[in-house]
Write a protein that binds this ligand. Structure first.
Ligand code: SF4
Length: 270
């Protein structure tokens, strides 16, 4: 006999599931559901806050991603419960690691397969660039999406801030390849370390990007010196003039003009 399924008060996650969960706070603005197959990451982003969340030493976190113990088995158990509940939303990989980190990422492919087999859709958010192309055959235009974080178009800037990640040019190659395949793609402009750089990214990529999610940076000295109101207004002007879909994250919403239409959830597939 099947155990009855209980949906949590958030209305989207299943009670008792820890490996497919509903992210909260800033992460919740990105996706209704998420999963994290690994502990750690090898991208060494200087602004990464994840070691605080996972209670790891930064040196251990930066040393590289390792599969979480028993992950696939637990994921499969959770995914079956979601299927039983009739939930088919996108599950995002990942918030506390990167699905296409520099190490062995075959677990990412297996994770996607388990999600698909149990009726769930998925989205990957990565700074792993063209490493992701190995799995492009698994993405379905009518269900799934592909996303990348961009902080600059400048390789030297990226080498300084994200020294283990692929360079912006490689991430853009991946975005274009997914776009060409008919997959919905979006770009995370968070953190915004350099206002001018984030504006340049939109100007340079809007012809193949379906959606931008725009945030700021916290806990860095520039947080105090940047005029975030001016940034928000310039960004929405640019997005409107180019007619591109965008979502301004909560941290910047106080600067939006009254009544500005800014839906947090929009369809992320074609
Ligand atoms: S890619 Fe993401 S998880 Fe990995 S170090 Fe950078 S911010 Fe942290």
């Amino acid at each position: 006999m099947k155990t009855p399924i209980t949906i949590n008060p958030d209305g989207i996650s299943v009670y008792g599931c820890k490996h497919i969960y509903a992210p909260k706070g800033q992460a919740g603005e990105y996706s209704v559901l998420a999963t994290n197959p690994y502990r750690g990451c090898g991208h060494e982003c200087r602004y990464c806050y994840v070691p605080l969340v996972t209670k790891q030493k930064r040196s251990e976190f930066d040393a590289g991603a390792v599969p979480r113990k028993g992950f696939l088995e637990m994921l499969e158990r959770d995914a079956k419960k979601y299927q039983q509940a009739g939930i088919t939303e996108q599950v995002m990989l990942s918030f506390t690691t990167d699905p296409y980190h520099p190490g062995d990422t075959y677990l990412t492919r297996k994770t996607i397969c388990v999600l698909r087999e149990n009726g769930l859709a998925f989205c990957t958010l990565t700074k792993g660039g063209t490493r992701s192309l190995r799995d492009i055959d698994l993405f379905r235009p009518e269900r799934d999406s592909f996303a990348s974080t961009l902080t600059s178009l400048n390789d030297d800037f990226s080498r300084k801030w994200e020294r283990g990640a692929t360079l912006p040019s490689d991430r853009i190659r991946a975005l274009k390849a997914f776009h060409k395949r008919g997959i919905f793609i979006w770009v995370s402009l968070e953190p915004t370390i350099d206002v001018k750089a984030s504006l340049e990214i939109v100007a340079a990529t809007h012809t193949f990007v379906d959606l931008y999610k725009i945030g700021r940076v916290n806990y860095l000295p520039i947080t105090k010196t940047t005029d975030w109101r001016d940034y928000t207004l310039r960004m929405i002007d640019l997005c409107q003039s180019l007619n591109v879909k965008h979502y301004i994250k909560k941290d910047l919403q106080e600067y939006l003009p009254a009544g500005y239409e800014n839906p947090m959830r929009t369809q992320q597939h074609h």
